[in-house]
Design a protein around this ligand. Sequence first.
Ligand code: FMN
Length: 214
Amino acid sequence: MQLLHIDSAITGEQSVSRELTARIVGAWQASHPGTSVQYLDLAAQAPSHLSSDSLGFRTGQAAATELQRQENAVSEALVSQFLAADVIVVGAPLYNFSIPSQLKAWIDRIAQTGRTFKYTDKGPVGLAGGKTVIVASSRGGVYSTSEGGQALEHQESYLKVVFGFFGITDVRFVRAEGVGMGPDAKAAALANADRDLQAHTTVAANQARVAQAA
Ligand SMILES: Cc1cc2nc3c(=O)[nH]c(=O)nc-3n(C[C@H](O)[C@H](O)[C@H](O)COP(=O)(O)O)c2cc1C
């Protein structure tokens, strides 16, 4: 089994999501021996924003310049790495009600027609099904416990939509929310995340798909 471990927090050693992804990966390896891990630190090495030079995978036009060739190679490497993974552990802090722009830049590179999705006469179809995604979600405030809060966040909800669009039905969340609301709230947030972590790393990969097939 191949696991892709992704971090996107810019807060280094203070990062809650980085601590969580490291623990999720460790726990996953403990309960799924033989899992091999690739690591991608998007804060250290993010692809650039999509631009006219990196749109080759959408237009299908051959690279006309060295820059376009390099950008195409970046997109190809990222989408191949994603497609090769069975399990993807994504550190996704809540920044300004959404995900870090580095993580968005990665998604923009892997959202490729013919690789991760396609359009048919019946609408879009995901091409990357069969994977498990575990999102380590860290949030300063609390959003999950009220309709108003849920409407405000475009981080977990967005990731669920975009991975679902790629055909991934098994998207799990390990959530630490309220970490900016004082020491007691942070301790409670980390305890909740621990419970999510235990629940989500001991279950076999790709459960939603198995359930659908049954
Ligand atoms: C640039 C930035 C923007 C943030 N925006 C929000 C926000 O919109 N809502 C919120 O509840 N917390 C927000 N926070 C707090 C983070 O969600 C919180 O600190 C979380 O732990 C960040 O993940 P990390 O510890 O892995 O960096 C923000 C933090 C940063 C650094």
